[in-house]
Ligand binder design. Structure first.
Ligand code: NAP
Length: 233
């Protein structure tokens, strides 16, 4: 059983899906858990802190991060997971969705890391895990804006690793293929489309593995896909 007693984790997009699954696992492992989402759901986890925060708002992200550090006294793990997506050809792509995807997935991710970093640097065992996507490793037709946002996340983390390794902060990109959650539901995905995809728990389990490796090593990137998806498409 993984023991994270004494560690504190902040998860963005923790109200459902992958973030919620991970929040449950971190909590079960004994970590203090701060949960950020627009709804501010604490998932009923005893002692966890749910904070209502839209990650598009930099000031709100700073305040939410400060609230988590204030509650638990430290921060060791940041999981940047809040994300949105819409599927459809770029030619007809809804303008509002373009703004939202870039603002949440790119700016929201950068805001979260920027707010957390001063605290992570004080930890003796810090991890930043970016829940990016296979769409951050290859281009998929019908996912141009989403791919742009996920390539940005992946590139950001690769650069951060170069800046933070010597300071003891490990930076990992998690790049899942299809996961059966609410993601993009009604925005290009419909019920049934997610049959056979990975579960949120399977992805969360890998994130737990990444952040519990011996401190002398780090995992830069994980590509994971359900068996129903080919590796080339
Ligand atoms: P999900 O079930 O739709 O959950 C998304 C989470 O993000 C929710 O907790 C949502 O909470 C939060 N969120 C959305 N907009 C937000 C905002 N503006 N501010 C704060 N929180 C916000 O999706 P998921 O599948 O778990 O996705 C999690 C991550 O995995 C995303 O980054 C996604 O791109 C990535 N991913 C998903 C898949 C997949 O197939 N599902 C595959 C690869 C990668 P509120 O609505 O309460 O704010």
């Amino acid at each position: 059983m993984t023991d994270l007693t004494g560690r504190v984790a902040l998860v963005t997009g923790a109200s459902r899906g992958i973030g919620a699954a991970l929040a449950h696992m971190l909590h079960a492992a004994g970590a203090g858990v701060g949960l950020i989402s627009r709804s501010g759901d604490d998932l009923g986890l005893d002692g966890a802190l749910g904070v209502a925060c839209d990650v598009r708002d930099a000031t709100a992200v700073d305040a939410a991060t400060a609230a988590v550090v204030e509650r638990f006294g430290r921060l060791d793990i940041l999981v940047v997971n809040a994300g949105v997506g819409t599927y459809g050809p770029f030619l007809d792509f809804p303008a509002d969705d373009l703004e939202e995807i870039i603002d949440v997935n790119v700016k929201g991710a950068l805001y979260a890391v920027r707010a957390a970093l001063p605290h992570l640097l004080r930890s003796d065992a810090a991890d930043v895990v970016m829940v990016a996507s296979e769409a951050g490793r290859r281009g998929f037709p019908g996912e141009a804006v989403y791919c742009a946002s996920k390539f940005a996340q992946v590139g950001f983390m690769r650069a951060l690793d170069g800046e933070l390794r010597e300071k003891g902060v490990r930076c990992t990109n998690l790049c899942p293929g299809g996961v059966a959650t609410d993601f993009a539901m009604g925005r290009g995905r419909k019920p049934g489309d997610t049959d056979g995809m990975m579960t949120a728990e399977e992805v969360a389990d890998l994130a737990m593995y990444v952040m519990t490796r011996p401190r002398g090593m780090r995992i830069l990137e994980c590509a994971l896909r359900p068996m129903i998806e080919a590796s080339w498409g």
